[in-house]
Structures are given as structure tokens and as C-alpha cells.
Design a protein around this ligand. Structure first.
Ligand SMILES: [Zn+2]
Length: 395
């Protein structure tokens, strides 16, 4: 078969797999096990060894699958990583979001670019990898619930640590138009719950207004926001260059004349360095526990303030002389390095010592949107890239 025919059949197979993947409604938080079975059923017959990790209810699954080196010569392993969940769909799609449709050289469907396109390419390319005389291990990492604060990946990565898979290179195929992304901020989300004592508004001294204490807490957060700005690292590569903080919502109270006994605040911060996250949390916790709570308890001992972590997606730091970026640049010939404003699982792999890069087909412009699509040419670019990965992984 000529190379061109080869590429065409690879491409056709990628589209078939992507169509299948889109049909699995793997919205974050929902059961993704059929999709994982589908991936495993492609990789296992090719000789891959795999293991699964789960959430507490065993409803959602991470798959880690490996082609072992046939002749090892000390080359570090490569991890090809993608999340299997997609964001929910809102009204307004031109067609069924879970049925792939091709129009004008674009493939439409939820998850087409974020990021089942990458997974489809990797699975379509797997038979070639399994037939190659690999001189390093090639791993596939498919996680659940990335879109809801990277809930799946930490469970998988914990297992990788235990198994000693903590070196090498990880390529996260989030949609970047195959450009190299080598850093992003963290994204920490919290909900803080206040419980006080209800009462008649004419006797405010006899109740504990959860809404008023929540307001004080919000004020403190806004004060700390300025402190975060003052802490801006002088060599920051981000825009804005400092850690940000935002209050997303305040919910509490039932009427003008009733002291509110319950209130909660949704807020988030995007730290440029881990230390900012630690600083912010310790300051706000100190304020809540040492100032607000004692005041509340003086009137009503059962008052409470509870900060719930919705998710703490750690930042992805620019590495000096990153092996992962160098590896990708060598294949694509593109030496540019960019940062992005969206979060990924990259920081989690980086944290255990794996050199990591974010690079995948499709554009983030189409992610999470109505009529999400991937340009077919991006699929071709990704397959060509995987060819490069293979070439660098054989004797
Ligand atoms: Zn994504």
C-alpha cells in the first residue's frame, strides 16, 4: 500500500472511531464505562496491557493502557492522554449533538474537538504502534470528569505513582491546533456555606444573619484579591500576570423581614503560582475561623462556616528545557510556546515528574460551544504527528 493510501485509510478509521465516540453521551459526572470498554476493546486485541481506576461509586472509569517496548534501550515512555467526558449540551444545536455529522470539511458533534478527536486519532493509530518495533513504552491515558475540575485524573495518577510510571513525556491532546502549550494557571473553585439563626427582622440582635456574615467574607476575599495582585511574580508569563479571584454568586435569604439562616457563596481563584493558592486559603480560613465564627457563635453556638472544595486544578508551570516541548517541536518543526487561559490535567502529570505538554487537534474556540466541530484537516495533522511519535519510538 502506498503511504497516501495508508494515510487515507487511517483518516477514514479515525472518522469512524470519532463518530462512535461522540455517540457515547459521556457528559461529566455520568457513567463513561461503555466508552472505556470501547477503547479497551480496540487496544487489548493489539496486545496492550491495561488497568482501570474508578470513582467511589465505580460508575466512572479511567483507563490506562500500554504497549510495552519490544527492545528497550533506555528511552523514556510516552503517555498520550485525553479526557473522555464532555460538557453538557444546551439548546440551539443545528443537529443531534451526539450524532457526528460532516459538512464543509468539518465534523460536528459534542466532544468533536474537546477532546474525542484526539482520542479517535490515537486509537486509529494504535495498530501501527503495536506493529512497530517500539524501543520505549507507549501509554494511553483516558480519564473521566476533566471538565468538572479534573476529578478523574488524580485517581489515575496516584496509581501511576504507585506503579513507578513517573517519568517520560506526557502529551495532552486538548485542542490547540497542534500548537505547543506549555503553561496555564491553576483553577480552584469553592463554595462556602454559612449557617446562622433565623428570626424576625425587628430583632436582629437575636438572630445570626448568614447573609451578613457571607457579605463580610466576600469583602475579605475582595481585600485579598488586591493582595494577590501585589504578589505578582515579576517574570509572570500570564495575562493578567497575577492570580485572580472572582465571586460567582451569593445565594441566601427568603424575605425582607426574615433574618436569613442560610447563605452560600460560589467563588474561584486562578493562581499563577501554587503559593498564592496556599496564601489565599490560609488567610480566608483564618478570617472565617478566628473572626467571623466566634462572633456568630456568641449568639448561636451551632452557627457554622464550611468551605467546600469544588475542585482544585493545579497550574501547569513552564518547565525550563522541557523534554516534552522539545519532543513535539522536533516532530512538528514548530518551536513556538504559548500559554492558555483554560485548565487541563497537565499540572497533575507534571507534579509527579513527567515532562508534559498540551498539544492536540482542533481549536479551543469551538470547545464547549453550540455546534462544536473539528476541522477534518486537524485530524490529518494529528495523524501525521502520531507518525512522528512512532518514528521517534522505534530503533
Ligand atoms: Zn478538554
Amino acid at each position: 500500500m502506498s503511504t497516501e493510501n495508508n494515510l487515507q485509510s487511517l483518516f477514514d478509521n479515525s472518522i469512524k472511531i470519532l463518530t462512535d465516540l461522540i455517540a457515547f453521551k459521556t457528559i461529566s459526572g455520568e457513567d463513561n464505562s461503555s466508552l472505556i470498554d470501547y477503547c479497551d476493546n480496540i487496544l487489548k486485541p493489539l496486545g496492550a496491557e491495561s488497568f482501570r481506576t474508578y470513582d467511589d461509586e465505580k460508575k466512572r472509569v479511567n483507563l490506562f493502557s500500554s504497549f510495552k517496548a519490544k527492545s528497550s534501550n533506555g528511552k523514556k515512555p510516552i503517555i498520550l492522554s485525553g479526557h473522555t467526558d464532555v460538557v453538557p449540551v444546551s439548546k440551539g444545536w443545528s443537529a443531534d449533538p451526539f450524532v457526528a455529522t460532516i459538512k464543509n470539511d468539518k465534523l460536528y458533534g459534542r466532544g468533536s474537538c474537546d477532546m474525542k478527536g484526539f482520542i479517535a486519532c490515537v486509537l486509529a493509530y494504535a495498530p501501527i504502534l503495536s506493529n512497530s518495533n517500539l524501543d520505549r513504552d507507549i501509554h494511553f491515558s483516558f480519564t473521566f470528569d476533566e471538565e468538572t475540575a479534573c476529578l478523574g485524573a488524580p485517581i489515575l495518577i496516584n496509581e501511576l505513582k504507585k506503579k513507578g510510571i513517573n517519568k517520560g513525556i506526557c502529551i495532552i491532546g486538548e485542542p490547540t491546533n497542534m500548537k505547543i502549550i506549555d503553561a496555564h494557571k491553576g483553577c480552584y473553585e469553592y463554595t462556602t456555606y454559612f449557617e446562622g439563626l433565623a428570626g424576625h427582622s425587628s430583632q436582629p440582635h437575636k438572630g445570626v444573619s448568614a447573609v451578613e456574615y457571607a457579605a463580610k467574607y466576600v469583602n475579605k476575599l475582595i481585600e485579598l484579591r488586591q493582595k494577590l495582585k501585589d504578589r505578582e511574580p515579576k517574570d509572570s508569563i500570564f495575562d493578567p500576570p497575577y492570580s485572580t479571584l472572582q465571586i460567582g454568586g451569593i445565594f441566601g435569604g427568603i424575605a425582607h423581614n426574615v433574618i436569613a439562616d442560610k447563605c452560600h457563596i460560589n467563588w474561584e481563584t486562578r493562581p499563577v503560582v501554587k503559593e498564592d493558592g496556599i496564601f489565599l486559603n490560609s488567610e480566608i480560613d483564618k478570617y472565617a475561623n478566628e473572626i467571623l465564627l466566634p462572633e456568630m457563635k456568641k449568639i448561636f453556638p451551632n452557627s457554622s462556616i464550611n468551605k467546600k472544595i469544588i475542585g482544585e486544578v493545579i497550574g501547569f508551570d513552564r518547565e525550563k528545557d522541557s523534554k516534552a516541548c522539545e519532543f513535539v517541536s522536533n516532530i512538528t518543526g514548530d518551536n513556538s510556546r504559548e500559554v492558555v487561559s483554560f485548565g487541563t490535567e497537565a499540572g497533575l502529570f507534571q507534579e509527579i515528574g513527567i515532562s508534559t505538554v498540551v498539544c492536540g487537534p482542533g481549536s479551543i474556540q469551538q470547545a464547549h460551544k453550540i455546534d462544536e466541530f473539528i476541522e477534518l484537516n486537524e485530524i490529518k495533522k494529528c495523524l501525521k504527528f502520531l507518525e512522528g511519535v512512532k518514528d521517534k519510538s522505534i530503533n
